[in-house]
Write a protein that binds this ligand. Sequence first.
Ligand code: NAD
Length: 337
Amino acid sequence: MLQVGINGYGTIGKRVAEAAELQDDMTVIGVTKTSPGHETADAESKFNLYGTTAEAVDTLREAGHDVTGDVGDLVEQADIIVDATPAGTGKDNKPIYQSHDTPAVFQGGEPADVADASFNSAANYSQARDADYVRVVSCNTTGLSRLISTLEVFGVSSVHATLIRRGGDPDQHGRGPINDIVLDPPSIPSHHSPDLRTIYPGIDICTHAVKVPMTLMHLQGVKVQLNGTPTEEEVIETIHESDRLACIPARSGIRGCAGIKEAAGDRGRARNDVWENCVWESSVAVDGNELHLYQAIHQEANVVPENIDAIRAVAAEKSQAESRQRTNDALGVGLEF
Ligand code: NAD
């Protein structure tokens, strides 16, 4: 049983902690918090609580929390740490993991060189097998990586994507209120192109990104230059067969991200989480070897199965296929509309 520690129990950390706890080959031995609040109370009700620093331990204890120790104590006991601290903080935490000789999974907000390998479970699972530190790429890059790996049966020579990004997560009121469409950044390509190249160095990639005033999901308009010339039906069939891509059929009546989140909640998903890329079947258009489609990406959730696979790739002797199957089965990946 793998002993997993979670450093940073926010949007991503709490989801990864709950997903890891659902696996029968790993258990969460503790999560860290910095200060009291509703998330800390939630964390304490489910997991052993640790402070991110010695001061945080004091602050949490003064607020009445039952604190097991500080982050060093957690790292010492863990077989692997998932670092889900705010973007850019993980690289500062790396010396703690190194000093305890504990491997770690970082998130997409960290610079690529924080890790031995950037990771997407469908694309390069085996690269993480010999790594001590891996970085699960960002939600948008994860969505594009999954799509590319699915389409590789037709040969992929280039990818152009316009990313319509949510302005913030639902709880990030500090980012709003906003009333604009913001070029993010104004230059082309956006930072997602180099990020995607950490997974697919050989493919010609260009991404543009804008931010819009909503919190639900990202929407990606994607143009893929294929080597083959599949029919639209063949592309849709291939997406249907892919385990972490879900098809939105026209009969569902879903025409936006809110409908996807609502359907996920109706099907019993906690927090209305959507782990899958959601591709609109009607948007799939093929002209020769040029493919166009729209897919929606739930930024808070789609990297969660990838984190679970990253834990196994680094710290367990499990193959890519076995890990993905175990993750999918335990979480119930495979949303149908
Ligand atoms: P978040 O702010 O929701 O959560 C981070 C948590 O870490 C908070 O609970 C915070 O209190 C805690 N924290 C702060 N400083 C800490 C420290 N020094 N040590 C330990 N914990 C600390 O952030 P998030 O959205 O979960 O993002 C985490 C990482 O995941 C980032 O790299 C981000 O880029 C990446 N990511 C985020 C999303 C998303 O949409 N939210 C999607 C994909 C990847």
